[in-house]
Design a protein around this ligand. Structure first.
Ligand code: ADP
Ligand code: ASP
Ligand code: MG
Length: 457
């Protein structure tokens, strides 16, 4: 059994849906198809909610546009004798969406759980439509088996409960094709609609593949595979034939948008291969992501480079930074207690400072918590300051066994230096498979071009 996930670009138009139909109907075994909302729709649902909250009457026209886009797709792609049945299912959903927008406009406020309900309609509706486009397919409602729990202010998957609910939901599913929405979920405690985060349909597909021990997870998108860099920035980026799970995990966690980062872990754990394939070019071989044991090259070969934006770099300076283990552990504990993840850590050689990078989104909370934690040390002068620098980016170069700084580090530093790009912090060897550099946000694309040229062109 295979799990296939089709992203927004693959289900955005009648034309792209014709490709999806052809791919799925051409399979010769059972399959579970996970779909995103129509391309660009989640952004539209959110911007319309913001318009409504701001009292901008444009939200009404946007709502009509959202409804019409779905009705047009139905009339262009679904057998006329089945159209009424689909319209009868989605009309009440669109009516509820419209009521939600009116409610938001009335109270001029957009609570998080209302936004979660609003965005859920993207996948709730697209999955019904796709299930009627594919001959013989059966629709499954993901909100009944993908469960989340609260973790600080985020919703994260409750993997254990989700695993057993997925097995129950698909337990008696035979040999056919099932279609369900990605991204959407419900809270395990109160049943409210939630989601797995932007780009989360990949993760839905991985959770299903892992629970049902699928033979393969296929991520169908709009590029020929995982590439040596983001093709929107590097026009001559090349498709990578094979990545190990670890390499793909590193590339995704450092910003390669092609797969949502949490996706890899559940399938890695079960050793289920992932393939990245192009909906618009079925014949292209794509990228295989598998256990590296069979096929990792022995030397130190970078596989790809990526960048991550909206980064803040923090530096703790002062004599106490000399007492590194204490400062490090208090920093990490404080951040962890506040649900903040550290993306990169860099220790200065003379040990009088210690830097780490995190998402700009977490920077306010991080600064507040650290100033609180180190207040006594600052008062006594053991720590001079906790500096925060926003508007930074991380450049990461990934490949199994490249961790040792002596291998490729000098080439990267020289190349960045030749381009006049200052490295503000760097980390090597924390993992054996990446080198990561903090640079100014303005230098991001140049830095990526510079390293792409030396390793992949
Ligand atoms: P989907 O709608 O199918 O989920 P996404 O937009 O989430 O698609 O992911 C696919 C996009 O990821 C590609 O169109 C490409 O622009 C971008 N991307 C970023 N980095 C890479 C990379 N290293 N390889 C391939 N695509 C990448
Ligand atoms: N529709 C959601 C988003 O745009 C989830 C997904 O496409 O994976 O983020
Ligand atoms: Mg995606």
């Amino acid at each position: 059994m295979k799990v296939l996930k089709f992203g927004g670009t693959s289900v955005g138009t009648s034309k792209s849906l014709a490709h999806v139909k052809k791919i799925v109907e051409g399979l010769n075994g059972p399959a579970i198809v996970v779909v995103s909302a129509l391309g660009g729709l989640t952004d539209r649902l959110i911007s319309t909610a913001n318009d409504a909250a701001a009292g901008n009457a444009a939200y009404k026209n946007n709502m009509d546009g959202i409804a019409n886009r779905h009705y047009d797709i139905i009339s262009e792609t679904i057998d006329p004798c089945k159209q009424k049945e689909v319209i009868d299912i989605i009309s009440p959903m669109l009516a509820d969406l419209s009521d939600l927008y009116d409610g938001v406009a009335l109270i001029r406020n957009l609570p998080e759980k209302t936004l979660d309900r609003i965005v859920s309609y993207g996948e709730r509706i697209s999955s019904v439509i796709v299930s009627r486009i594919i001959a013989g397919a059966k629709h499954f409602d993901s909100t009944t088996f993908i469960k989340t729990e609260k973790w600080f202010n985020k919703n994260i998957a409750d993997s254990k409960l989700t695993d057993s609910l997925i097995r129950q939901a698909f337990g008696s599913f035979g040999n056919g094709v099932a279609v369900c929405g990605g991204f959407i979920a419900t809270d395990r405690d109160n049943g409210e609609i939630t989601n797995l985060g932007r780009g989360g349909s990949d993760y839905t597909a991985a959770l299903i593949a892992a629970s049902l021990n699928a033979d393969e997870l296929e991520i169908w998108t709009d590029v020929d595979g995982f590439m040596t860099a983001d093709p929107r920035i590097i026009s001559n980026a090349k498709v990578i034939d094979h990545l190990s799970f670890v390499e793909s995990m590193e590339l995704c966690s450092f910003g390669a948008k092609v797969i949502y980062p949490p996706t890899i872990y559940p399938v890695f754990h079960k050793n289920i291969p992932i393939r990245i394939l192009n909906t618009f070019n079925h014949e292209a071989p794509g990228t295989w992501i598998t256990d590296n044991r069979d096929s990792a090259p022995s030397g130190c070969i970078p596989k790809g480079a990526t960048t991550m934006r909206n980064i803040s770099l923090f530096t703790i300076e002062g004599d106490a930074a000399d007492n590194t283990p204490d400062v490090n552990s208090r920093t990490f504990n404080t951040l962890a207690k506040n649900g903040i993840s550290v993306i990169l850590v860099s220790q200065s050689v003379e040990r009088s400072s210690f830097s780490f990078a995190l998402s700009e989104h977490d920077a306010d909370n991080a600064l507040k918590a650290l100033l609180n934690e180190f207040a006594p040390d600052m008062e006594e002068g053991r720590i001079n300051r906790i500096a925060r620098h926003d508007n930074k980016a991380i450049l990461a170069i990934v490949g199994e066994n490249i961790g040792d700084i002596s291998s490729i580090g000098p080439r990267i530093f020289n190349s960045l230096q030749r381009q006049g790009i200052e490295v503000l912090a760097s980390s090597h060897g924390a993992s054996s498979s990446n080198h990561a550099y903090v640079v100014d946000a303005d230098d991001t694309n140049h830095a990526l071009q510079a390293v792409h040229e030396i390793f992949f062109e």
